[in-house]
Design a protein. Structure first.
Lengths: 301, 301
């Protein structure tokens, strides 16, 4: 891994772990079991890609990393809360029925199914409480509402949840490339794109800057799913913390199954080149976003 | 039923049915099955108590019913979206495992378990999109963020979700009255209380008015759960649209099982008298809230 990328990721990762832990500990639910289940899945060591993208997009506009991180703290945490809830529910027996996630038992395995459903519900609801709690930090409360609305739209029945529903309905059925792309855009790319957009909005990006950064987010989001499909074929289960080959096992349509491995690798590279190209009008402020684009292409988990 | 109450409920009910239908149809998910499942549970003819309380609280301050209803439209819809999501998830096999709700099959029975989990997730997320979409209507966006935060807090891991978790953990176990009250306050009363508070906040209630209306909401919320426990013993399954006696069957602690029937009826009356008393400084503007208090005591479903 590029040493700049490694240093950058390590810095963001530690910052996010602290921010997320503080966020959960301060919340303190009257049900210790619920809190433990939320903690189990949230602190299982994810990549924190969505919060990091949010902060990196703000950095592109503010041209100052620490200011950007501080400004985005609650929105960035909320994006990870929403991502974690979606993983808990996706892993349930009625969905993908997975036993392992990030190398440890999935929430319903470590606790039970009812607790896992409620832990997901709690994380999703708490994400909105967390965003609303940052009201005092932002000069323009109307902007915060806009961000809350954008994130809800991207995560809800017109975004991520619709993607998961289409994914369930596609199992064991032959689907075409166009349908697969729609599914992935909704299931994965929508939340990644809104992570970039929310950071940019918070930092006061102009409409033109927003257009470039939205394009970056949507291309990167799709690239992320394409590399996810690749990793399911070529990845190392130990590095990924979950079984490989699960897509083939559950007869899921993937890019490699539709296009073949080589063409899928080219597609991932093309999408990342497009994402990098959308940043061409930005200076060094966008270097973190550039590093993250190369990370998505090169990642091993 | 008091004819004023019947007229009032019929007016609000029709208005809410139209508002909810419009809200769902406008949303239009790319997954028709997801949208159908959301529609199935949302339009199954609930009492719409939470939105009506929100609008009645605003009416108390504005002293004009139509202005209050219009001002609260999106927040009122969102409260019903959140309530409906909680019913869908509570009915799941991993929770209460119910087959009927409001006289029709529960969501996982009419569709399947995965779809029901996702329909609940979608309704919850869409509630926040819906609230955020009312930004242009409110002069003070900071107030709308405060309301979003209050609703998320009351519905999340410090509110309703914690209550459902404690409820699951209490099945088949003997619990004391204090624990039962905590459970009910979280599971049921928190969302009812915030329904009243959000309407009052939207209408610009003073801190003193807020104090009285919060007290009304918390007493009414607890009374609602007490009468729910009573209906499970004494109610007519046909009127309720679900089986009676299900609490006893699943060995759930209830007020009648702890205090006996007569003492539970007295408790419900006392709570409602307290709720009415908290409205004593308000004029005729609070008459709708007064009617709703008597409704909670006299309801048959």
């Amino acid at each position: 891994m590029n040493p700049d990328l490694a240093t950058y990721l390590a810095q963001c990762h530690q910052w996010m772990e602290d921010a997320l832990k503080e966020c959960l500990v301060r919340m303190s639910s009257p049900s210790p079991r619920l809190q433990a289940a939320m903690f189990h899945s949230l602190m299982a060591g994810g990549k924190r890609l969505r919060p990091v993208l949010c902060m990196a997009a703000a950095e592109t506009i503010l041209e100052n990393r620490l200011d950007a991180m501080e400004m985005c703290r609650e929105v960035a945490c909320s994006l990870e809360l929403i991502h974690t809830y979606s993983l808990i529910h996706d892993d349930l027996p009625a969905m993908d029925n997975d036993d392992l996630r990030r190398g440890i038992p999935t929430c319903h395995r470590a606790f039970d199914e009812g607790t896992a459903i409620l832990a997901g519900d709690a994380l999703l609801t708490f994400a909105f409480e967390c965003m609303a709690s940052s009201k005092h930090k932002h000069k323009n409360p109307g902007l915060l509402i806009e961000i809350i609305g954008e994130i809800a739209r991207s995560a809800g029945p017109r975004g991520m949840v619709a993607g998961q529903m289409l994914d369930l309905a596609s199992e064991g059925r032959k689907i075409e490339r166009e349908e697969l792309e729609t599914l992935h855009k909704l299931k994965t790319a929508a939340l990644i794109e809104v992570s970039v957009k929310s950071g940019a909005l918070l930092a006061g990006a102009s409409p033109r800057q927003m257009q470039s950064l939205s394009l970056y987010g949507s291309l990167l989001g799709l690239a992320f799913q394409v590399t996810d499909d690749l990793l399911d074929v070529t990845g190392d289960p130990l590095e990924m913390g979950k079984a490989a080959g699960s897509d083939a096992q559950s007869q899921k349509a993937t890019y490699p199954s539709l296009l073949g491995l080589e063409a899928t690798q080219s597609l991932a590279s093309e999408l990342i080149l497009g994402a990098l190209d959308s940043l061409k009008d930005f200076g060094t402020g966008a270097d973190s976003l550039r590093l993250l684009a190369s990370y998505v292409l090169e990642r091993r988990k």
